[in-house]
Design a protein around this ligand. Structure first.
Ligand code: ADP
Ligand code: MG
Length: 378
C-alpha cells in the first residue's frame, strides 16, 4: 500500500512540476517583446502574444481563428510559401526574411523562424517567432550607400586631381596672356570669357576634390558652439531676413578636433540648402548636443562619444529621390543655374575627413529636413 502511495505521490509531483513549467513558459512568451504565434497544422492561429498585436496593429479577437495568410504582403511569390510549407510540414525548422503586412496595409520586414511541434509522430502545431529587422535593414542600406560613395570618391579623386593640374596650367597661362593683351580689344573680351569659364570649372573641381578628400584637414581642438556663434552673422546674411534663425546650443558640448574653415564651409552649404527648401518664410534651427553610442549593432556609429551639430529647417523636406542620392556628386533637384549637386557631396567629404558621420532625413515632428553631423568627441 505504501509503495502504491509513493508511486502516486511521485506522479503527482511530476505533473505538478510539468504544470509549473508550462505556466512559466506561457508567462515568458506572453511577456516577451518578441512576437510569437502558435497555429494548428493548417496555419490557423490559436495563440498570439501581445508583441504580435503591437507589431501588426490587429486585436487578439481579429487574429484568433484566422489563417496566418492574413499577414501576406503579396511581396513573395507562391514558390516562397510552397517552400515554407514543404519544409515545416515535414517537421523541419524554417527561417527566412519576410515582408508582412500590418492591419493598416503598411509593410514590415522580419526574420520569421517557424518550429513545427510534433505530438507523437505527427506535426500538429507550429510555433513562429519573428525578429524585427527594421534596424538592421536601415544599417545595411547605410552601409551600401557609404560603400557606393566611397567608390565614386575614389574614381573622381583621381580624375579631378589630374583635371585640377591641367586647369591650373590653363588659368595661369591665360592670366599671363591677358596681361599682354591690348585692353578693350575683342580678343581681350573673349579671353576674359574663357578665363571666367575656366575658373568656374576649377571651382567645381575644388568641390569634387573636397568630396574625394584629396586635401588633409588642418584640425585643432575646437569649441563648436563658439565656431557657430562666429559664423552666425554669415548664416543670417545668407538665409536673408525672411527666415528666422534659431540656435539651441548644448551647454556641456564636448570638444572635437576640427578644421574650422572646412566646417564653416560645410555649415554654409547646409544652411543654403535649408534656405532653398523654404518657400516664403520659415525657420532654420541649429542645434548642438552630445551623443553616446554604446552598441555598434543598433547604431551606425563606432562606439564612443560624439559632438553633434544638427541643422533643421521648416522647408518642403527631402523627396524620395533626394533621400536615395543625397550625398552623390551632381545629384540636384534644382533647375540648371541654381543647383550644381556638389554642396552635400562636399559636406560629406569634409565630415568623412574628420572621421565623422552625416545623416540627412525628414523631420518627424514637423515638415522639413534635418541634417546631423557627428564629430568624434575629444
Ligand atoms: N534642407 C533640404 N531640404 C530639402 N531638400 C534638400 C535639402 N538639402 C538638400 N536637399 C536636396 O538635395 C539635393 C542636393 O543638394 P546639394 O548637394 O547641396 O546640391 P544643390 O543644392 O546644388 O542642388 C538638392 O537639390 C535637394 O533636392
Ligand atoms: Mg546645395
Amino acid at each position: 500500500m505504501a509503495k502504491k502511495f509513493k508511486f502516486l505521490y511521485n506522479l503527482y509531483m511530476d505533473l505538478e512540476i510539468d504544470f509549473k513549467i508550462c505556466q512559466i513558459l506561457k508567462h515568458a512568451i506572453d511577456q516577451t517583446p518578441v512576437p510569437y504565434i502558435i497555429t494548428d497544422d493548417v496555419g490557423k492561429i490559436l495563440y498570439v502574444n501581445d508583441a504580435v498585436l503591437n507589431a501588426t496593429g490587429y486585436t487578439r479577437e481579429e487574429l484568433i481563428g484566422k489563417k496566418t495568410s492574413i499577414f501576406k504582403s503579396g511581396k513573395h511569390n507562391s514558390e516562397f510559401y510552397k517552400k515554407m510549407w514543404d519544409t515545416i510540414s515535414k517537421g523541419n525548422f524554417f527561417s527566412s526574411r519576410m515582408i508582412n503586412k500590418k492591419k493598416d496595409g503598411s509593410f514590415y520586414q522580419v526574420r520569421v523562424n517557424i518550429q513545427p511541434i510534433k505530438i507523437g509522430d505527427k506535426v500538429s502545431f507550429y510555433l513562429s517567432r519573428e525578429e524585427d529587422l527594421t534596424n538592421i535593414i536601415e544599417l545595411e542600406s547605410k552601409l551600401i550607400e557609404s560603400q557606393k560613395l566611397e567608390s565614386v570618391a575614389l574614381m573622381l579623386g583621381e580624375l579631378s586631381h589630374d583635371f585640377n593640374n591641367f586647369l591650373t596650367v590653363i588659368i595661369g597661362s591665360l592670366e599671363l596672356i591677358k596681361d599682354e593683351m591690348k585692353q578693350g580689344s575683342v580678343y581681350e573680351q573673349l579671353l576674359i570669357e574663357i578665363l571666367k569659364s575656366a575658373k568656374d570649372q576649377a571651382n567645381m573641381i575644388k568641390q569634387l576634390l573636397t568630396f574625394a578628400r584629396k586635401s588633409v584637414p588642418v584640425a585643432k581642438e575646437t569649441d563648436i558652439n563658439n565656431l557657430l556663434c562666429e559664423i552666425k552673422p554669415l548664416i543670417q546674411a545668407q538665409i536673408t531676413s525672411k527666415n528666422k534663425l534659431i540656435y539651441e546650443l548644448s551647454e556641456d558640448l564636448k570638444r572635437a578636433n576640427i578644421d574650422e574653415q572646412l566646417i564653416k564651409q560645410a555649415l554654409l552649404n547646409l544652411t543654403a540648402n535649408a534656405r532653398d527648401s523654404i518657400e516664403g518664410t520659415g525657420t532654420i534651427k541649429i542645434k548642438t548636443y552630445n551623443h553616446k553610442s554604446n552598441d555598434e549593432y543598433t547604431e551606425p556609429f563606432h562606439v564612443g562619444e560624439y559632438a553633434v551639430i544638427e541643422v533643421l529647417d521648416s522647408g518642403k523636406g527631402l523627396n524620395d529621390e533626394a533621400l536615395k542620392h543625397l550625398f552623390e556628386p551632381f545629384f540636384t533637384t534644382k533647375p540648371k543655374g541654381k543647383g550644381t549637386g556638389l554642396g552635400l557631396s562636399s559636406v560629406y567629404g569634409i565630415v568623412k575627413n574628420h572621421n565623422g558621420y552625416i545623416y540627412g532625413s525628414n523631420r518627424k515632428d514637423t515638415s522639413g529636413a534635418s541634417f546631423r553631423i557627428y564629430f568624434p568627441a575629444i
